[in-house]
Design a protein around this ligand. Structure first.
Ligand code: ADP
Ligand code: MG
Length: 257
């Protein structure tokens, strides 16, 4: 099913293969700390093709979150370039960057950052409303996403009634509200028990099977095994980039619960 995309050729394959979802070149970021500067990223070159599922691993402090934040346009590199879907992330005004982020980036974190006073449906509809969609369209899309993610019956509840795994699925639904080029997940299973973690990983696999480009940061090799390619970082650099699986995983089933 994903073989064409994986082959990466242009003739006859889906138009999704034609451009990279993400290209970073020579990305550096140094933070000014009290005693000495912290060189969080020391020249990162990373290319992620459309439809890829990449796991990013490495010891705590090696720069994984810094990289994700830069790709998301939440922080700015000191040097280097970042392109998402052939658009420059670097060198934009704040407003322009916010627009670009809304269009291309969905991000989920370890702690879900849900709006606890809003219903589940409102949480998911909000990004589309902020992007200027009509309420009815935003809510229709939100309902579809909740169905797809297996929490369609929870739309009018507050997030507080959800399990950990359901809360993270809600955060993922919200990240998908504007159909982003890139879904970025920074240790999305880090605060979950194994059952909740498994739910989230299964969901990411299904999204990938449906064509979503995913970059997943994790400490957990079992979680990383869901991905197609493993990128390892150390001390602010990428040290290896392996294909985890050469063939599509037959265990991936697209089933809507
Ligand atoms: P990881 O996500 O791989 O654990 P981070 O990207 O969060 O690592 O951090 C990389 C390094 O940069 C760490 O040494 C961290 O302490 C430092 N760092 C990250 N963000 C900041 C910041 N805003 N100010 C100062 N230092 C930071
Ligand atoms: Mg981190």
């Amino acid at each position: 099913m994903n073989t064409e995309r994986r082959a990466g050729g242009s003739g006859g394959s889906s138009p999704q293969t034609d451009t990279a979802a993400l290209v970073t070149r020579g990305v550096r970021r140094t933070f000014e700390a009290d005693n000495a500067p912290v060189r969080a990223l020391r020249g990162v070159d990373l290319t992620v093709r459309r439809g890829e599922f990449v796991a990013l691993m490495g010891p705590s402090g090696c720069g994984k979150s810094t990289l994700l934040n830069l790709v998301a346009g939440l922080d700015v590199p000191d040097e280097g370039t970042i392109m998402v879907a052939d658009e420059q992330v670097t060198g934009r005004s704040e407003d322009d960057l916010a627009r670009m982020r809304r269009r291309h980036i969905g991000i989920v974190f370890q702690f879900f950052n849900l709006l606890e006073g809003m219903t589940v449906l409102e949480n998911v509809a909000l990004p589309a409303l902020i992007a200027g969609r009509k309420r009815r369209m935003a809510e229709t899309r939100a309902r579809d996403l909740l169905d797809l993610l297996g929490i369609g019956d929870k739309g009018s509840s507050l997030p507080g009634v959800l399990s950990g795994g359901q809360r993270q699925r809600l955060a993922i639904a919200r990240a998908l509200a504007n159909d982003p080029t890139l879904l970025l997940a920074d240790e999305p299973t880090g605060a979950l028990d194994s059952e909740g973690g498994a739910e989230v990983i299964e969901l990411l696999r299904r999204l990938h099977a449906g064509g979503q480009t995913v970059i997943l940061v994790t400490h957990d090799a079992d979680v990383a095994a869901a991905a197609q390619r493993l990128v390892r970082m150390r001390d602010g650099r990428i040290v290896t980039q392996d294909d985890v699986s050469a063939e599509p995983d037959p265990a991936v089933k697209v089933e809507v619960r």
